[in-house]
Design a protein around this ligand. Structure first.
Ligand code: PMP
Length: 405
């Protein structure tokens, strides 16, 4: 008997997964050599499943700023934001984020996960309602669990369902907070934000958008889906992360709501954890500058996304209708997905294997995410290898190529 006995079914499923090849949840790279390449078990590997959308992890200026901060301010703050863990750099990054979004307030958290935990559990209380998209990220679900608000889920990307649920709450006291994501992390689809913003206005709710995957990706200025759709003014809270397009680690929330800063002394995942090291803050700040000053990165990312999406679609893979930097291939069953993923890794490409229950509609997915740093030749190589494996496993067939118009 062991305290871990309750995990026996999970242990069995995981063991069976590992018996089929590499351990999809235990990959450990020997080294990472650029934004798009690494070494795995002594072999060079093409990285097609990171969230390094702008490819800034090896940007010389970002590295310089981090090294300089490391040398001048040390390896870590050893304290929380509300004790000894706020340096001028943390405040400067908050000011830069507020300026970027044109908002009055910004709070930096130690991760995006913690930003969602903190904001969702603190903003709404037991007399309030959280209305979240059913396909929300784990950090949103966990934020819900940490707080006391009443929770309603609406069908993924279904504004009518959202409307109906809010309508049923008419007359019920308390605040309502709608939570959606700019780009959903598994399939790369976007929230129907114009419709959701209209509903929010009509029903007098607050709206929070998690732009984790859309910061630096969508919108003329790279601010995300709210900017792209032109509904910035309707979004009361934007949550985001530094761990994707900014290539570092950390999370944030920006808002125009008066007295936002009271959250600094109310929000436990902000208060009771160490703040980010100055080196991460310094490189995040530089990456934000680059995001603002180099719109060409965004264009390259769009071109690369189009390239991968069109290439896979033309071969007959099921990639979903939306072109975004997240391109997921749906496979018929778990065994095929696992075999496919293993063969790709053996051939030198790393993608994410995403399996139920972590996926929407219990899909078995090979999730790739593209970077502005990928070259067209790397994308062609990835498409070629994915084609070879797809043919080998009978996922696609040359006689069933779709006719694309
Ligand atoms: N929100 C969404 C939608 C995400 O996909 C993620 C990360 N996968 C997060 C929040 C958490 O971000 P972080 O990596 O900074 O904890």
């Amino acid at each position: 008997m062991s305290i871990l006995d309750k995990f026996a079914p999970l242990q069995a499923a995981y063991s069976s997964l590992k018996e089929q090849g590499f351990d999809p949840f235990g990959i450990s790279f020997d080294s990472i050599t650029s934004a798009t390449e690494g070494v795995f078990q002594g072999r060079s590997i093409l990285l097609m499943g990171t969230n390094n959308y702008l490819g800034l992890t090896f940007d010389p200026a970002c590295i310089d700023r981090a090294v300089d901060a490391l040398t001048r301010y040390g390896t870590g703050t050893t304290g929380s934001r509300i004790a000894n863990g706020t340096y001028v750099q943390h405040s400067a990054l908050e000011a830069a984020l507020a300026d970027f979004y044109g908002r009055d307030h910004a709070m930096v958290f130690s991760t995006g996960y913690q930003a969602n935990l903190g904001i969702l559990s603190t903003l709404v209380g037991k007399d309030d309602h959280l209305i979240i998209d059913a396909d929300s990220h784990a950090s949103i679900y966990d934020g819900v669990r940490l707080g006391n608000a009443q929770v309603l889920r609406f069908r993924h990307n279904d504004p009518n369902d959202l409307y109906k649920r809010l309508k049923r709450l008419e007359g019920v006291p308390g605040d309502r907070l709608i939570v959606v994501e700019g780009i959903y992390s598994m399939l790369g689809d976007k929230a129907p934000l114009a419709e959701i913003a209209a509903i929010k206005r009509e029903m007098g709710a607050y709206l929070l958008v998690d732009e984790a995957h859309s910061l630096g990706v969508l919108g003329e200025g790279g601010r995300g889906l709210a900017e792209e759709v032109g509904v910035d003014a309707d979004v009361d809270f934007i949550v985001g992360t530094f761990s994707k397009s900014l290539g570092t680690v950390g999370g944030f929330c920006v808002s125009n709501i008066p007295d936002f800063d009271v959250l600094r002394v109310a929000c436990r995942p902000y208060m009771f954890t160490a703040s980010l090291p100055p080196s991460s803050i310094a490189s995040s700040l530089e990456a934000l500058n680059q995001l603002r000053q180099r719109p060409a990165l965004r264009q390259r990312l769009r071109d690369n996304s189009e390239h991968l999406h069109a290439g896979l679609r033309a071969l007959g893979f099921q990639v979903g209708p939306t072109v975004s930097p997240i391109v997921s291939i749906a496979l018929p069953d778990q065994a095929t997905a696992i075999a496919f993923w293993n063969k790709l890794l053996a051939a030198g490409i790393y993608l994410n294997l995403s399996l139920p229950p972590a996926t929407p509609n219990n899909l078995c997915l090979l999730r790739s995410s593209i970077s502005a740093a990928h070259t067209p030749a790397q994308i062609d190589r990835a498409i070629d290898i994915i084609e070879t494996v797809g043919l080998e496993l009978g996922v696609i067939s040359p006689s069933e190529r779709p006719v694309l118009v």
